[in-house]
Design a protein around this ligand. Structure first.
Ligand code: ADP
Ligand code: MG
Length: 605
């Protein structure tokens, strides 16, 4: 999870007080010169170092329970950036106002803190082990679910640490510590009967015991000590400084039942919901009884069924009709025909599928269109894109796809407006951005990105669908030129599409902006009463849709960026994904216990 201040040019990361002072001295020691650094003492906190009268003052900034930031006794701000902005206008108790940031010299990146590295490693190991993912699937899981995985780790990771001995008595702890050599700082952690924890530590051949307190918000500390979100972070910190204990933690007294010697601690494992996902409806188990929602990786559609080499071996574009069961249930309809629910028998398991069935009386070119769509989908494999299982030619031509039970995003949001938070919408739109970034990387243009074509697997898992208009670009082309204008979703199209019939990932970015607008307005229709051609005039007059009610300013700013008139100046999906990711992480992190992200009922729809 990137630090909330990483983007600030005057943020130095985890540097010491002395290093901060050296920087400011180099900067000339003018009144009001300042920099920001990570605080080693409070997790998620910062220190503001400011020059005044040739002296340097250091103000700790605490991250508070509700996720806001404040200098002790001062006003709260929603982020470190806002806080610095505030103090640049008003000293409000500081030695002077912040006048000039001392920016990092060119090429110097913020230094990662010890917890940043540890945390990143833990998230990676956790995802790898619990969901048995590798390669791209692993990377995507980490990026899309970091906030949720961090929360899981926060509460359970200590259980697999070699220094954690579970529920043992004080006497048992002493016996273990006195066994063998007794260097100062040899330690272990134990759980007490009451469900609280204690640290036991040797110093001068004597064992000392420290109770670990947990405050109302769940943060851990030794009495009077620094507070941490997790027990493992507390231990890592106490390895660096004693924080009031008689000695810092040094040597682990290992628990023989925990594998030792892992630099990245081995996290505990989850019961995997996916294993119960065979057949039709699966009922994912709640993770360790915790309030958490089902993650994309817990569903049966995160990875392709063909990621199993045995299934891949027999993969063919054309499926056998007798392996395909078609239900009467209709999921949707269109020009081409209808989409029905069904199931398909693979070698090892049966999967739920959605089947796009071509009307039998359709013209020849519709058949060709559907085959084009199939050939595009055949080349794509990403957790945030509806995958094609294959095509089946029988009573009619059929496109067999992964099933996305939740239906189109616009309908879903319109019907569940009260239950879906802005954070949830951002989570889904971040997933769409990840899927689109994948398409951009592979040089495909979608050409019909809209909320109606984003399908939900569940409330927290979106996939891009409908590749009916999509094109694969030649390697050295960056746009597709349509020969004639067709039946086009004009309201979703960038000006160059309408004016010059030029389609690129940049024009998909424009559509992504419209899709964002639809999502943050909970399924409203863009440009309300206007007709398609009127929209172009509106755009040419430099006008844009307004910010939907309750849409966060950051998200509206991103939409506006997507609606940059000239495609050359418009951001690409690489950029868009990073921006929405940063915003999503920042609010997912702030949500106390993720309260409303935890409704897990959606997967049942
Ligand atoms: P069209 O080209 O007519 O827009 P779509 O591919 O968007 O066709 O599918 C039409 C509708 O069928 C969707 O809006 C959705 O309700 C349903 N549908 C399509 N694909 C799936 C799927 N993979 N899972 C569940 N429903 C689907
Ligand atoms: Mg569609």
């Amino acid at each position: 999870m990137p630090d909330a201040a990483n983007h600030l040019p005057f943020f130095y990361g985890s540097i010491s007080r002395t290093e901060a002072e050296e920087h400011l001295k180099l900067g000339g020691m003018l009144d009001g010169l300042f920099l920001l650094r990570q605080c080693l003492r409070s997790l998620g906190g910062y220190v503001l170092s400011v020059v005044f009268n040739l002296r340097i003052y250091h103000y700790p900034i605490e991250r508070q329970l509700n996720g806001t930031y404040a200098i002790s006794g001062g006003k709260s701000h929603c982020g470190p950036e806002e806080l610095c902005e505030y103090y640049s206008k008003d000293p409000d108790g500081l030695c002077c106002n912040l006048r000039k940031p001392y920016n990092r010299p060119c090429g110097l990146e913020p230094r990662p803190g010890i917890f940043d590295n540890l945390r990143d490693n833990m998230v990676r190991e956790y995802v790898r082990q619990n969901w048995k993912l590798e390669g791209d699937a692993l990377e995507q899981a980490i990026i899309s679910q970091a906030p949720q995985v961090e929360k899981l780790i926060a509460t359970t990771a200590h259980e697999r640490m070699p220094w954690f001995h579970g529920t043992i008595s004080r006497e048992e702890a002493e016996r273990k510590l006195y066994l063998g050599s007794q260097p100062d700082g040899k330690f272990l952690m134990r759980e007490k009967e009451s469900g609280t924890y204690a640290l036991s530590l040797i110093y001068g051949k004597t064992v000392y015991h420290y109770r670990i307190d947990q405050d109302k918000s769940g943060k851990y500390s030794i009495p009077e000590g620094t507070k941490f979100d997790t027990l493992w972070q507390l231990v890592e910190y106490l390895k660096i400084r004693p924080d009031g204990m008689i000695h810092f933690l040094k040597e682990i007294c290992p628990n023989p039942s925990v594998p030792a010697g892992s630099a990245a601690p081995v996290p505990p494992s989850l019961p995997r919901a996916r294993q119960a996902a065979d057949g039709d409806g699966y009922t994912p188990e709640p993770i360790r009884g915790e309030k958490s929602h089902i993650l994309p990786m817990d569903t049966s559609v995160y990875e392709s069924p063909y990621s199993d080499p045995e299934e891949l071996k027999d993969r063919k574009l054309f499926l056998k009709r007798d392996l395909l069961m078609i239900d009467e249930v209709e999921l949707g309809a269109g020009n081409f025909g209808c989409v029905k629910k069904g199931s398909y028998k693979l070698k090892k398991k049966q999967i739920d599928v959605a089947i796009k069935i071509l009307k039998n009386d359709s013209e020849k070119n519709m058949k060709a269109e559907m085959m084009k769509e199939a050939k595009i989908m055949h080349q794509l494999d990403n957790p945030y894109i509806v995958r094609m299982i294959g095509v089946c030619e029988a009573e009619s031509l059929m496109l067999v796809m992964e099933m996305a039970t939740g239906g189109p995003l616009n309908k879903f949001l319109a019907s569940k407006k009260d239950q879906i938070s802005v954070c949830n919408v951002s989570e889904l739109m971040h997933q769409v951005a990840m899927g689109m970034k994948y398409l951009e990387d592979k040089n495909f243009v979608h050409r019909d990105l809209a909320a109606r074509n984003v399908l939900l697997v569940n409330q927290h898992y979106a996939k891009i669908s409908d590749f009916g208009l999509s094109k694969a670009l030649a390697t050295d082309d960056n746009y597709y030129k349509a020969r004639t204008a067709g039946k086009w979703p004009l309201k979703w199209y960038a000006p160059e599409c309408i004016n010059y019939r030029k389609f690129s990932s940049k024009s998909d970015v424009w559509s992504y902006g419209i899709t964002m607008w639809e999502a943050f307005s909970y399924g409203q229709k863009p440009y309300k009463k206007m007709k398609g051609p009127e929209v172009l005039t509106f755009i040419e007059q430099q006008k844009r849709m307004e910010c939907p009610a309750d849409c966060p300013e950051e998200m509206y700013r991103l939409m506006r960026d997507c609606w940059t008139y000239k495609w050359e100046d418009r951001p690409g999906f690489k950029d868009v994904e990073l921006q929405i990711r940063a915003y999503y992480y920042s609010i997912a992190d702030k949500q106390e216990n993720g309260a409303e992200m935890l409704t897990d009922g959606a997967s049942k729809n």
